[in-house]
Design a protein around this ligand. Structure first.
Ligand code: SAM
Ligand code: DTB
Ligand code: SF4
Length: 346
């Protein structure tokens, strides 16, 4: 079996051994696998929108939106359809190929799900890929989302089963696996990853990656978030993770899930351009693009366009749009040129 054949039988030791490789050896291995599967200079970009903010019943220790912590976040009701579509249109104009809608729910009620389904249909009709993250789903709710034409469902494992109890008490690790199973059973693409920098050990990072890689099918998209520390949450003030350890974790995700998009997710606003470049070198090939994540800041589009131009990276277009909107890639380069005043190289 070569390095490229997806495996689902990773042992903890194998993953820890990868994480412990000399840095340059690890990056070389990750980059070699990356190049065999993907265009190394193309990055998939998704834009996020919080469609329902705050007052969440769960107690996730990192989250600005939990009602259990005083984070001074303003709660908002489920956004009207038109407002969501306006944000999606703007994201599309800026070059995003996927629009991801997040709601601060433990799980959606059937009434709320119907409203989200209208949003999914509307965003789909704009010609964008759709993703939602709404908390736990029943099998029937996953079926309804599939019928609505949903492309991706995001539901993170967040951390290792061993560290999980230090982070969340209101739902179990198994609850998360069950939701992923419902999503997978309907043939919806799975987006699942986790958060680093919550005070977990390297063994925990290995264990979380092992859980993801040993799912019956690898998630199509694996978001790796760096904790965004939120004042008022239990995770505020935790020791920061060594940036190289973050890059290593991305590289191991790339090696053990060779066909998945690995997303450099939350935390980019706190990262240097050089750190982000290392993450791309380690095999990250997707980002969240736009001024905001859900409740916190993300680098603005201008900053990302400049970074892409400096690194010679290009936006990956939604596959169905590639043929019809080939000019869009050029449009992006032109935008870069305008913003940076430099000649676009792509
Ligand atoms: N409420 C739904 C749920 O938790 O399933 C969906 C939205 S929730 C905000 C989506 C994911 O964002 C979480 O599972 C977590 O991995 C990530 N996230 C939330 N707050 C974060 C933070 N402060 N730093 C990094 N990642 C965060
Ligand atoms: C994911 O893994 N990261 C995104 C998305 N999936 C929904 C969310 C990041 C949230 C960061 C903190 C915030 O903005 O509230
Ligand atoms: Fe609620 Fe999701 Fe935040 Fe947990 S991560 S508190 S479920 S919004």
């Amino acid at each position: 079996m070569t390095d490229m054949t997806p495996r689902h039988d990773w042992s903890q030791q194998e993953i820890e051994n990868l994480l412990a490789l000399p840095f340059t050896d690890l990056i070389f291995r990750a980059q070699s696998i990356h190049r065999s599967q993907f265009d190394p200079n193309r990055i998939q970009v998704s834009t996020l929108l919080s469609i329902k903010t705050g007052a969440c019943a769960e107690d996730c220790g990192y989250c600005s939106q939990s009602a259990k912590y005083n984070t001074e976040l303003e709660r908002e009701k489920l956004l009207p359809l038109e407002e969501v579509l306006k944000a999606a249109r703007s994201a599309k104009e800026k070059g995003a190929s996927r629009f991801c809608m997040g709601a601060a729910w433990r799980n959606p009620t059937d009434k709320n799900l119907s409203r989200v389904i209208e949003m999914i249909r509307g965003v789909h009709d704009l010609g964008m890929e759709t993703c939602v993250t709404l908390g736990m789903l029943t099998a029937d709710q996953a079926l309804q989302l599939k019928d609505a034409g949903l492309d991706y469902y995001n539901h993170n494992l967040d951390t290792s089963p061993e560290f999980y109890g230090n982070v969340i008490s209101t739902r179990t690790f198994q609850d998360r696996l069950d939701t992923l199973e419902h999503v997978r059973a309907q043939g919806i693409n799975v987006c699942s990853g986790g958060i680093l920098g919550m005070g977990e050990s390297r063994a925990d990072r290995s264990s979380m990656l092992r859980e993801l890689a040993n799912l019956p099918k690898h998630p199509e998209s694996v978001p790796i978030n760096m904790l965004v520390q939120i004042e008022g949450t239990p995770m505020f003030g935790v020791d920061e993770l060594d940036p190289f350890e973050f890059v290593r974790t991305i590289a191991v995700a790339r090696i053990i899930m060779p066909e998945s998009y690995v997303r450099l997710s939350a935390g980019r606003n706190q990262m240097s351009d050089e750190m982000q470049a290392l993450c791309f070198l380690a095999g990250a090939n997707s980002i969240f693009y736009g001024d905001r994540l859900l409740t916190t800041d993300n680098p603005g589009a201008d900053a990302d366009l400049r970074l892409f131009q400096r690194l010679g990276l290009k936006f990956e277009q939604h596959s169905e749009l590639q043929a019809t909107e080939a000019g869009c890639g050029r449009h992006k380069s032109e935008q870069v040129e305008q913003h940076s005043g430099a000649a676009a190289s792509n």
